[in-house]
Design a binder for this molecule. Structure first.
Ligand code: AMP
Ligand code: MN
Ligand code: MN
Ligand code: MN
Length: 285
């Protein structure tokens, strides 16, 4: 019987990392939920950057569509002077500790956006703030919005080049992070009754040794899981991450990081097979 359940779970379509226009996604929460339903997703999480504001609308549509919605959020955080992303899943979005933390990050995003606009202005981009605001559906401004603005203005041709030429490091529009430390962010998520999952662990431009050090530190700080399967994972990467997840006692999660951009091939719920359903994070749910 146990094995049957485990096998069924292996076949389920689950996607625990998705964005709406409440952060840097293109679609509304309702549209994202409808897409998840059309993609036969049984379990689906909305995880906007540093905000839970899209979850009410998403929940309403999830009720209409009869799909299980996991309330989530992707929180920016500092580890060893680098920015990482930790996804909080199954959170009580109204928890005051979590919301106080997210408000702090939303405030930082506002001052950061002003600094980015000023720095882009210095590089000859006129009216960066107004043009970027005009593109955003809410008052949350991410680097993605600035990127879209620079593409729309014809200054860059695509996302890849815009992040390379602007918006990173010492480039115009590049600003260093000042997010809360990883242990604090994990505490916010736990305070809200959620589980804390490291997002896209192989996308931080680190050596393998450093990735392992990161997993070890985060696990010691109470991290619950890690994304073992992401949209671009290869079989080799999935095997490697599973091994490390076991080593650092982390549960496995999976998510596409869907944003809905035109040129993004990523689709909700279309992920490689989950390696070990026994270690699935959602087994607790
Ligand atoms: P922010 O949280 O405002 O710093 O914006 C980070 C977001 O920018 C990430 O969540 C990605 O969606 C996007 N992003 C970062 N780097 C790149 C890149 N090289 N190409 C495309 N999108 C990127
Ligand atoms: Mn994003
Ligand atoms: Mn991310
Ligand atoms: Mn994401």
């Amino acid at each position: 019987m146990f094995e049957i359940i485990v096998n069924i779970m292996a076949l389920m379509t689950i996607d625990l990392h998705n964005h709406s226009y409440y952060s840097d996604g293109v679609l509304s929460p309702s549209e994202v939920v409808r897409l998840a339903k059309e993609s036969n997703c049984e379990v689906f999480a909305l995880t906007d950057h540093d905000t839970t504001n899209g979850l009410d609308e998403a929940q309403q549509e999830a009720n209409n569509q009869q799909i299980k919605l996991i309330h989530g959020v992707e929180i920016s955080t500092m580890w060893s002077n680098m920015t990482l992303h930790i996804v909080g899943l199954n959170i009580d979005k109204d928890n005051p500790t979590l919301q106080a933390g997210l408000t702090q990050h939303q405030d930082f995003r506002k001052t950061r956006a002003e600094r980015m606009a000023r720095s882009l202005g210095g590089a000859g981009v006129v009216g960066a703030m107004e043009k970027t605001r005009a593109l955003a559906k809410t008052d949350m401004l991410t680097r993605t919005h600035f990127a879209q603005m620079l593409i729309q203005e014809g200054i860059c041709k695509d996302m890849k080049s815009v992040f390379r030429r602007f918006l990173t490091g010492k480039k115009p529009g590049g600003v260093s992070g000042k997010w809360a430390q990883f242990d604090e962010v994990i505490e916010w998520i736990h305070a809200a009754g959620g589980v804390a999952v490291l997002a896209h662990p192989l996308r931080y431009r680190m050596t393998q040794t450093k990735v392992q050090r990161m997993l070890s530190h985060l696990s010691n700080a109470g991290l619950d899981g890690v994304e073992v399967v992401t949209a671009h994972s290869t079989e080799v990467e999935i095997a490697l991450m599973s091994k490390w997840a076991d080593e650092y006692e982390l549960l496995y999660s999976c998510g596409s990081d869907y944003h809905g951009w035109d040129n993004q091939r990523v689709k909700i719920g279309q992920l490689k097979d989950f390696p070990n359903p026994d270690r699935a994070l959602w087994r607790k749910w």
